[in-house]
Ligand binder design. Structure first.
Ligand SMILES: Nc1ncnc2c1ncn2[C@@H]1O[C@H](COP(=O)(O)OP(=O)(O)OP(=O)(O)O)[C@@H](O)[C@H]1O
Ligand SMILES: [Mg+2]
Length: 503
């Protein structure tokens, strides 16, 4: 029997989410969610795009208040706590947008989290020495300019900043996006080390293998409800996780790989030279999906950006559809006019326009092609919008909803929809499923597969080996700006890719 006013033993739960709800007008983002997080554990948070993960950690970290329910830290309920109050209580949220000031040193960046007026007098000299010691311990040069740090060092810097400011609970919202496989391992080792020092993590990811690898416990959200979870991650399988996330089994997509050997190419590149690129020749057949991969700076991404005119080509030609070779495009506009479309991996900066509606975003790039004699064919436009809104399964009440009210993954879908709506001849997608949940990932790979069957050539730049193996006909591994190795047919496998990536 439960005795009402007897305090529940807090035991080793540092943080409790109790019956938390959140409404945005008609949208219910969270419905009575309760989660208990053990002290010194890594607690995974999993769920489809729009399930409510970012909303939940936003509430925990004091970014905005819940519509109902409460957060209990160390047995104390925290009411109306804002970001500053939560940080003072030791709860920090690290997102991909977390601020790093590029022109400041790594050590100076660590000290950004200190609230000076709370401490009144701050001993900056002592603080600087402490910051330097902490950074050196994790392999970052304290004097290095933050702008020069690589992705994993920046991610670490954000976590260290939280710790340096007294963080006891550090929340990471999709921290592994944009990291290579090796970088992820470095980050996970780092988290485990801090965990041993007593730090508690809440870790959001769309990758089951990451959750199973680094977490001790997991909670899964579905449609704003707690769908399930476990305090003992060892007892969970990847299939069980997928089922909790989706509410059904997951049918993994696998492209029926095709050989395009001997076909007349749709696109031919010759003698391409640009920063980090020095590539003699590459032909891509109509309907072919070619994967580009390699370490950062090896040329895969850089070559793709050069094709679209985002990076300047010093030399090199492109020939499309049997036409005469011409110099590579000098600007995206030129590339676009020759039938090339490009999905940037940095959807936030080169992607969607937040205040605009989903529909206007989708139609934006294809608009010039669809406007006849200066006026826009509204009927045709709304047809295109509806088609991609449905095809991408964008989770929003209507296509009129503003993009910045969508969850991260759904914003990505809008970007992809916009690129596909331009009906290109050569489609370049850079990390097409980053930030997208496992269910939608299958849909996106299926959409690209279907598009290729209409004769479109596709370049898929990716560090996601699983995605490369399941969605491409051929994989080019880049090194020093050129293609070091090409895998086709039966040679395409996860093990093979992992091995070559490490070679
Ligand atoms: N400011 C807002 N106005 C209206 N609706 C919002 C707002 N912020 C979030 N939502 C809605 O709340 C729901 C949950 O969004 P949330 O960002 O928490 O999802 P998520 O689980 O983090 O998804 P993702 O994996 O895509 O990042 C979504 O339906 C989203 O559209
Ligand atoms: Mg999110």
């Amino acid at each position: 029997m439960l005795h009402q006013h007897q305090p529940m033993p807090e035991g080793d739960h540092i943080l409790k989410v109790e019956d938390v709800s959140k409404r945005y007008g008609p949208v219910i983002a969270l419905r009575g969610v309760s989660i208990a997080v053990k002290r010194g554990s890594i607690h995974g948070l999993l769920g489809e795009n729009g399930a409510g993960k970012s909303t939940l950690v936003g509430i925990i970290s004091g970014q905005f208040p819940p519509s109902g329910g409460r957060i209990v830290l160390n047995g104390t309920p925290l009411a109306h706590a804002d970001v500053r109050a939560m940080e003072e209580a030791g709860v920090f949220l690290v997102t991909q947008e977390s601020m790093i000031i590029d022109h400041m040193s790594a050590a100076e960046n660590l000290m950004l989290g200190i609230w000076p007026n709370r401490r009144g007098f701050v001993n900056w000299r002592r603080l600087t020495a402490d910051a330097a010691r902490m950074l050196e311990g994790s392999g970052i040069d304290p004097k290095a300019r933050a702008g020069k740090l690589d992705a994993v060092a920046r991610r670490k810097l954000n976590i260290l900043r939280a710790m340096f400011s007294g963080g006891k609970v550090i929340i990471l919202d999709e921290p592994t996006a944009a990291l290579t496989v090796a970088d992820r391992r470095v980050l996970f080792d780092f988290m485990r080390r801090l965990k041993a020092d007593g730090v508690t993590f809440i870790f959001i990811s769309h990758y089951n293998d990451e959750i199973l690898d680094v977490c001790d416990a997991v909670s899964v959200l579905r449609d704003g409800l707690l769908a399930g979870g476990s305090d003992d991650i060892g007892a969970m399988t990847s299939e069980q996780l997928s089922e909790l996330v989706l509410g059904r089994g997951l049918a993994l997509f696998q492209r029926e790989r095709q050989s395009h050997e001997g076909k007349a190419p749709l696109v031919s590149f010759r003698g391409v030279v640009a920063k980090h690129v020095d590539l003699a020749a590459l032909d891509i057949a109509p309907g072919e999906i070619v994967g580009f991969t390699g370490l950062p700076g090896a040329g895969a991404k850089e070559f793709a950006r050069t094709i679209f005119g985002l990076n300047v080509a010093e030399a090199g030609t492109i020939a499309i559809g049997g036409a005469e070779p011409v110099p590579l495009p000098r600007a995206p506009r030129d590339a676009f006019d020759t039938g090339i479309a490009y999905l940037s991996d940095d959807r936030r900066r080169e992607g969607s326009v937040g205040q605009m509606s989903i529909g206007d975003n989708i139609a934006m790039s294809s608009l010039p092609a669809r406007s006849r004699a200066g006026f826009i064919d509204k009927a045709a436009e709304s047809q295109v919008v509806d088609r991609y809104f449905q095809a991408m399964g964008i989770k929003a009440p209507t296509p009129q909803a503003a993009v910045d009210t969508l969850s991260g993954g759904n914003q990505q879908k809008v970007c992809l929809g916009r690129v596909l709506a331009t009906e290109p001849r050569l489609l370049i997608v850079d990390e097409p499923t980053r930030g997208i949940d496992i269910g939608v990932k299958q849909d996106v790979l299926r959409i690209i597969d279907r598009l290729s069957r209409t004769g479109v050539a596709v370049i898929m730049v990716s560090t996601d080996t699983d995605e490369l193996v399941r969605a491409t006909d051929r994989i080019c591994i880049f090194e020093h700006g050129a293609i070091r190795e090409t895998l086709t047919g039966a040679d395409i496998s996860t093990e093979r890719l992992r091995r070559t990536a490490q070679a």
